[in-house]
Design a protein around this ligand. Structure first.
Ligand code: ASP
Length: 479
């Protein structure tokens, strides 16, 4: 590969270089033309004068066209240096130029920060929007952050293990995205709301320390800052206490921030551990914003909320739901985990139970949650019964887990910090869409791919699916 990054030119004075990139800007001064060539690393000024036989070709170039340039790096005369450009002390005298692709006029400016442009238009042309230096920076930071997490966990003996996308429903409190099965008409896969059951089964399998940069899918009602798919750093560990998990996450985030965001100030280390009851009493919220100066954009205030109630009453539906998910270990208000007593309370008085759930909160956002898990099948089944499932139904839906737990299950627990939201906060962005390469709109649409979209009759037929109320549906699409 002969390509060098544009920014490398600044150290290559008097050398011949081969550059590739987009025309960022072109300035025609009559007898001399300047091209600002932009690649992922930045901009370098290239220059050509009228004595060159390709002068007219250069004069006709349009912004955004793609070029190969061979030229010599030369210092600029002192009074023409540009201190705002990293390569501002040099320029490249073009010796050969080859247009690789022409470009139509872009639908919007890609050199500004982009906040001024209608977001729907930006998302419609996301591949152009992503040329914007701000978004390139966000994607690079996301990569660096994830790479840091991977290396951090790898050094502690964690294995990164992929789990299926085509799976079976796992209750995380949201609706599932369903995928019809062609081979088994009338049957469906579900996209994972999280890899929860798989990661627990990996503990049964004896893997002990697992992580995954996992995509999670939840079919919830649209909200401005919600995505139907999002990314979690999914973690599970065997033979741990709650503090082992909280300390791990704390150390990982502190080190990541110190390395990648040294300008940020973390309000308090260790992160405060606050009980749910105390958080509600003191702050009126289970995701308190504990920043000392909320105006300071570089302050990061983490805390863990612990000792959540196990259940909450859903009034409209008149039923109990879990605060976290059914796999979380319940405990008695005095912290005891006496099995007989817990079963008794589950049957008679479930609202008094607390749980081993913990949430990670940053600047008033819940950015992750986790728990120690129930490994006792009797308690797990009882929890499902409190949630309104019949015993047979529990076996039908979760029989694999209950069976797995009967073959020797290490005590285990985990957590799943949400990557999109953490990065949004670290990058001082206004929305998680700004740190995701190809996000959907707040209404869960992909405006670039035009998805969701209809599929043809043949495909539906193969799946044994018939769309009812087509007229109604078409009307909704026209909106
Ligand atoms: N699966 C949980 C969630 O997505 C996280 C966990 O319990 O580890 O919130």
């Amino acid at each position: 590969m002969k390509k060098i990054w544009n920014l490398e030119t600044k150290n290559l004075i008097q050398q011949r270089v081969e550059l590739y990139g987009f025309v960022d800007n072109i300035r025609d001064h009559g007898k001399i033309v300047f091209i600002d060539l932009r690649d992922r690393s930045g901009i370098v000024q290239c220059v050509v004068d009228q004595n060159n036989n390709f002068f007219s070709l250069v004069k006709n170039l349009k912004p955004a066209s793609v070029l190969k340039i061979i030229g010599k790096v030369q210092p600029r005369p002192a009074h023409l240096e540009n201190p705002r450009l990293e390569t501002g002390k040099i320029e490249v005298a073009i010796e050969e130029i080859e247009p690789l692709a022409s470009a139509k006029d872009l639908p919007f400016e890609v050199t500004t920060d982009g906040y001024e442009i209608n977001e729907a238009l930006r998302l419609r042309y996301r591949y152009l929007d992503l040329r914007r230096p701000r978004l390139q920076k966000n994607l690079r930071r996301r990569h660096e952050f994830l790479l840091f997490l991977r290396n951090f966990l790898d050094a502690l003996g964690f294995l990164e293990i992929e789990t299926p996308i085509l799976t079976k429903s796992t209750p995380e409190g949201a609706r599932d995205f369903l995928v019809p099965s062609r081979l088994y008409p009338g049957k469906f896969y579900a996209l994972p709301q999280s890899p929860q059951q798989y990661k627990q089964l990996l503990m049964v399998a004896g893997l002990e320390r697992y992580f995954q940069i996992a995509r999670c899918f939840r079919d919830e009602d649209p909200r401005a800052d919600r995505q139907p798919e999002f990314t979690q750093l999914d973690i599970e560990m065997s033979y741990v206490e709650r503090e082992d998990i909280l300390n791990l996450v704390e150390k990982m985030l502190v080190e990541a921030i110190q390395n990648l965001y040294p300008q940020k100030k973390i309000t308090k280390i260790p992160f405060p551990r606050i009980s749910y009851e105390e958080a509600i009493r003191l702050y009126g919220s289970d995701k308190p914003d504990l920043r000392e100066d909320p105006e300071n954009k570089d302050e990061l205030s983490f805390c863990f909320i612990v000792d959540f109630p196990m259940f909450e009453w859903k009034d409209p539906e008149k039923r109990w739901d879990t605060f976290h998910h059914p796999f979380t270990q319940p405990k008695l208000p005095d912290d005891s985990k006496d099995k007989d007593e817990i079963i008794k309370v589950l049957e008679s008085n479930p609202q008094i139970l607390l749980s081993e759930q913990y949430d990670l909160v940053l600047n008033g956002y819940e950015i992750g949650g986790g728990s120690l898990r129930t490994t006792d099948p009797d308690i797990l089944i009882k929890v499902f019964e409190v949630l309104g499932h019949k015993r047979e139904e529990v076996y039908q839906k979760f029989g694999h887990l209950i069976e797995a737990f009967s073959y020797g299950v290490p005590p285990h627990g985990g957590i799943a910090p949400g990557i999109d939201r953490i990065l949004m906060i670290l990058e001082n962005e206004i929305s998680i869409r700004e740190v995701i390469a190809f996000p959907k709109t707040g209404e869960a649409r992909d405006l670039m791919m035009d998805s969701p979209s209809e599929v043809n009759e043949k495909e539906l037929k193969e799946l044994g699916i018939e769309i009812k109320g087509r007229d109604l549906k078409n009307k909704k699409d026209e909106k």
